[in-house]
Design a protein around this ligand. Sequence first.
Ligand code: C2E
Ligand code: MG
Ligand code: MG
Ligand code: MG
Length: 280
Amino acid sequence: YVKQQGGDDICWYNAAIEEATAGSLQLEAELREATTAGQFIPYYQPKFDLTTGHITGFEALVRWQHPTRGLLKPAHFINAILTHKLSFELFSQMAKKIAAQLAIWQQQGFYQHICINADAAEFSHPDFFEMVSSLLVEYGISAHQLHIEVTESSLIQRHDNVKKQLALLKDLGICIALDDFGTGYASLSYLQEYPFDFIKVDKSFISNIESDRTQYAIVKAILDLAAALDMQVVAEGIETEAQRDRLLAMGCQYGQGYWFGKPVPAEVATDMLIKQSTTK
Ligand code: C2E
Ligand code: MG
Ligand code: MG
Ligand code: MG
């Protein structure tokens, strides 16, 4: 197998082989089964306010509870989801579980938000907006508890509907984040085309932020740009205290990464919230 950039995502290589061979048909059947049987589950990675050290929200990251192969990360199946046009089904299942979790936390007195990852293909689905807005009503949660993250690379395809859908979501009060900023194409033009609330700086710009002058300069420029555009910045992939310290000193307000916490199941995320509320 090939280990990806020092992270814990392994098996890209296996997944690629699987998709390229006869395994593809079986994979498609399994994915369809997964969408109907509810095998996609959200793991939650905390997002921190670097200035206060408090959890302000969580990012939901899909895991596939596969009946025989165990818990699978998106690298194993997210491309196949796109190929087989199952994005909307995945999104619906995740959104429903996330809305239910938000309702539970709200009952426990926790009002942190959850960010859901979405591919631009999902926005072009005719039922997208209706589905999201009716979930809010059904679960009694307010729009600002839900954030949506889109990647630059998914915006490239420029589905006609994307801009309209994002505007509708914003009108509803949902925050929109641009994910993996700096790794796609024509990044800057997206900033003037879409109404983002947050810019998430990709972890490839954070990995050596404490010592690398180029990374420092890039992140500094992004922070200045975001401030001028009234957008908030979230640094992704913070793995060390030194990185956290540097980002904090640079004026970056929000951060995520293994140093703060890996993606965890809902119960563990709840424990983090309880612990935070009792030690505050
Ligand atoms: P992303 O949205 O940029 O999420 C961040 C990824 O980096 C996650 O990988 C997370 O576990 C990992 N990560 C977080 N902190 C660190 C760190 O400190 N160091 C390192 N090395 N990695 C860190 P994951 O969970 O494997 O997700 C990969 C990608 O799959 C996500 O990237 C996102 O683009 C996509 N994805 C995840 N869930 C969904 C979903 O429900 N729908 C869609 N459409 N895409 C999803
Ligand atoms: Mg994301
Ligand atoms: Mg990202
Ligand atoms: Mg990513």
